[in-house]
Design a protein around this ligand. Sequence first.
Ligand code: HEC
Length: 108
Amino acid sequence: MSRLCLAGIRLAALAVLGLIVFNAHADETGRGAASTAQQGLAVVTARCTLCHSDDLVRQQRLDRAAWTRVVDKMIKWGAPVSPEERELLLRYLAASYSPTADDPPPRP
Ligand code: HEC
């Protein structure tokens, strides 16, 4: 095998590696919507299952105003939810467990 040919193979390998890295990066940044749902679910799991199962949350179909009332009631009752988590929760719950959501809603 000639030196030139080997160099070509190395170049090709580098190009493939570059593509893999580039794609992995694009994949990470292209998942904004899913990650809101994943973060929302993580907050529900961490903060809302201390006193009851997440079924109680998942079986509801509420709009944002009604979710706001529920979440604020749970916070008053002792759910340890920060203001940032509250906002994330309300966005997630109002989107995934709205009156028009599938039944049962898709797991993110
Ligand atoms: C400090 C304990 C506690 C935590 C933490 C908690 N809940 Fe509750 N939750 C209750 C109690 C008590 C009830 C009423 C009794 C029952 O139905 O089991 C309830 C009931 C509910 C209901 C049924 C409807 C209603 O209004 O009563 C929903 C929906 C709900 N919780 C959502 C949540 C969400 C979302 C979170 C996370 C932000 C959460 N809960 C965290 C104690 C808690």
